[in-house]
Write a new protein. Structure first.
Length: 276
């Protein structure tokens, strides 16, 4: 039976209202159970994780964050930096007793910044979805995207949204995601990209993360996945060769199965006795 998805809110330490979607199996309490906590990528809303909330929420407690300026969270006057977003993640994760954090695209870097600044004590595991982790070889970034946004933001964002899927999506879904992406002021959205941070920093944080780590990527990051395995052999890797950037939508059943198995393994790792 599919769970009921409920809305919740919390106020950050700098006074910004953030929205969260939450679901739990019947009879479970989300504040006392391990939670799979989802964070969407650049400009996207929490609702893009709906397929995970409905399926995984039948067996696990789940939550998805609308980051500041995204989804139905407050469009704040400031705070559009990776440091502040890492703090927001810390405050989101702190709502729950145990968490497997699942971060997609730009949010994966924000999750790594959170780990670097706040540690990993609250996490049973970390899942990075279709994002660079600073490994060689580097995936070339697109050119002209910022200029295109400044020329015609709506048309560029509509193309961007369509482009994150390999399989065609219904027109109303594309329109809703495009509208959601346009809520944040353009310059605020551009300031979120941590271009000044050397990618070696992400590599160091990932390599030193001591708990279960799952790296789930489309074909464009396959080489980085193999390089990551060389530096961190304990990493679980899943490559979705036929999916687009939003691989958890394109191949939802496979993604949910891979994630569900990882969460079970991570929870077991967290409670297993440790040798000193």
């Amino acid at each position: 039976m599919s769970p009921e998805i409920k809305s919740a809110e919390f106020v950050t330490s700098d006074g910004v209202r953030l929205h969260v979607l939450e679901a739990c199996p019947r009879g479970a309490a989300i504040r006392r159970s391990p939670v799979i906590a989802f964070v969407p990528g650049w400009s996207m809303p929490a609702a893009i994780w709906r397929g995970q909330l409905l399926e995984l929420g039948a067996t696990h407690c789940v939550a998805a964050l609308d980051p500041r300026g995204q989804g139905t969270s407050e469009v704040s006057a400031g705070g559009y930096t990776i440091g502040r977003r890492a703090q927001d993640l810390h405050e989101f994760v702190s709502r729950y007793s145990r968490v497997v954090l699942v971060a997609w695209s730009l949010a994966a870097l924000e999750a790594l910044e959170y780990v670097d600044r706040h540690g990993h004590a609250a996490l049973d595991g970390l899942v990075l979805v279709d994002s660079t982790v600073g490994e060689d070889p580097e995936t070339p970034s697109g050119t002209g995207f910022v200029d295109a946004l400044r020329r015609d933001r709506r048309a560029t964002m509509e193309d961007f949204v369509q482009g994150i899927f390999r399989s065609p999506r219904p027109a109303p879904e594309i329109a809703a995601l495009t509208d959601a992406a346009l809520r944040m002021p353009l310059e605020a959205s551009l300031s979120l990209f941590p271009r000044a941070i050397p990618r070696e920093r992400w590599r160091a944080i990932v390599t030193n993360f001591p708990k279960p780590l799952l790296y789930v990527v489309s074909a464009r990051f396959a080489d980085q996945a193999q390089s990551l395995l060389q530096h961190r052999p304990a990493t679980r890797v899943a490559i979705f060769e036929e999916a687009g950037h939003a691989l958890f939508v394109d191949e939802a059943d496979r993604f949910n199965a891979v994630l569900g198995q990882f969460v079970t393994e991570a929870a077991g790792w967290a409670i297993a006795p440790r040798r000193e």
